[in-house]
Design a protein around this ligand. Structure first.
Ligand SMILES: Nc1ncnc2c1ncn2[C@@H]1O[C@H](COP(=O)(O)OP(=O)(O)O)[C@@H](O)[C@H]1O
Ligand SMILES: O=P([O-])([O-])O[C@@H]1[C@@H](O)[C@H](O)[C@@H](O)[C@H](O)[C@@H]1O
Length: 378
């Protein structure tokens, strides 16, 4: 694994402009995912019931690899992950970190304890209580590659995406999608995860330069949807009820896909990556959210980072190729987003629902991910 760089905040606006000009004309279809892999310990009734690879970067990579459009049949989806772990990192050979290795730090790998209660089965109870047990180093602007990207995903889990790092992502990427959990998490002395109002953070001033901000229904009150939607498109996910999009001048509800939930971990991350993949396919934001809901539902039906059945992925690809009459350029371009539901929205939902049947409800345990049995049956 490469060693992490020292903090360096010396990049200036002018330098970035030069960087962008110098790279003009080069293909810029690549994505940039920023957020650290982590260790998740799943606890139920005071007992450890699972130890898995976690961190939004792991779930996001998994879905982007599965669902991004590719020009060639072979090969990986084109995106870079900037993530940090310690020497204790236990999942270097799991698929996501093996393909896109994290930077190695002296501090321990970020680690979360997720406490599941029996109330998790009820419709709107919080799924879990999270406690950050270790925090790896933050990701500094100098850790990001010096080149342009078509899109960026800011997906921190433990405060590792610093405001200046998000600002640099915004400069490097044509469109940035942000998970609110990267911006508004606060940790008490015991590591318990709470939230602060986004408006009171240094991230707030960056919102007008963000394309999409995703928040869970628990996080939404801290985001302040009515204020935020005037600055960027806000997506509020609502577990088994799907999601809602709010933009300046409109809003839409997007229906969910049925799932048997065994572990809610990674649903939001998988949603965001599915949504980004939908945009890459040239879908409107409301249609792309169907792909977000699809992968969110797929995530909760397995423990840890899910494995997708190849037949299901093939079906999804065929559906997208068939339903999207004219695919726009397969890159996210901030100036050409459309938000409204298209005429194929309902057909797309029905076809994806069929494809979801090709996903066995609970795939076999994957020992490389530390997957185990059922965490929160309903
Ligand atoms: N039990 C479920 N059944 C079907 N889809 C789900 C379920 N839980 C989550 N999802 C999908 O995943 C998305 C994100 O889940 P949510 O629980 O809102 O996020 P988070 O993991 O951030 O709390 C939802 O919008 C939905 O599309
Ligand atoms: O479940 P979700 O909200 O999508 O995202 C989760 C984070 O909230 C959590 O901190 C982390 O430990 C998990 O691995 C996962 O990334």
């Amino acid at each position: 694994m490469p060693l992490a760089a020292e903090p360096d905040d010396t990049h200036e606006e002018g330098e970035d402009q030069q960087l962008l000009l110098a790279k003009k004309g080069e293909p810029t279809l690549e994505g940039l995912v920023v957020g650290s892999y982590c260790h998740d310990v799943l606890i139920r009734g005071g007992r450890v019931v699972g130890e898995t690879l976690g961190g939004a970067a792991a779930f996001v990579s998994n879905v982007l690899d599965a669902a991004s459009p590719r020009e060639a049949e072979q090969g990986e989806a084109p995106f870079v992950v900037v993530s940090k772990v310690g020497r204790d990192f236990a999942y270097a050979s799991a698929p996501a970190p093996a393909r896109r290795p994290p930077l190695l730090c002296a501090s321990p790998t970020t680690s979360f304890h997720a406490q599941f209660s029996d109330a998790a089965a009820s419709a709107h109870a919080p799924d879990r209580e999270l406690r950050r047990v270790h925090a790896c180093d933050p990701i500094y602007p100098a850790d990001l590659p010096d080149r342009r990207f078509a899109y960026g995903l800011a997906v921190g889990v433990a405060g590792e995406v610093l405001p200046e790092t998000l600002e640099r992502m915004i400069r490097l990427c044509r469109a940035v999608l942000v998970d609110a959990q990267a911006l508004i998490r606060a940790f008490d002395g015991d590591g318990a995860v709470g939230h602060v109002a986004l408006e009171d953070t240094p991230y707030a001033r960056l919102l007008p330069r963000v394309a999409f901000l995703k928040a869970s229904s628990e996080e939404a009150p801290y985001v302040g949807v009515e204020t935020a939607r005037r600055r960027c498109c806000v997506i509020v996910t609502d577990g088994r009820d799907g999601c809602r999009l709010y933009w300046d001048g409109g809003e839409a509800r997007v229906a969910p896909f049925p799932a048997v939930q065994v572990d809610p971990t990674g649903a939001g991350d998988s949603f965001l990556a599915g949504f980004a993949a939908g945009l890459l396919w040239g879908l409107s934001a409301t249609d792309a959210a169907l792909l977000g809901n699809f992968f969110g539902a797929a995530a909760v039906s397995q423990v840890g980072v899910p494995t997708f059945h190849p037949k299901m992925l093939q079906a999804v690809k065929e559906i997208l190729e068939e339903k999207i009459a004219k695919r726009s350029s397969p890159c996210i371009n901030g100036t050409t987003f459309t938000f409204d539901r298209s005429s194929v929205h309902d057909e797309l939902h029905a076809a994806l629902q069929e494809a979801a049947r090709l996903m066995p409800e609970q795939q076999q345990a994957d020992p490389t991910n530390g997957n185990c049995g059922d965490i929160c049956s309903v």
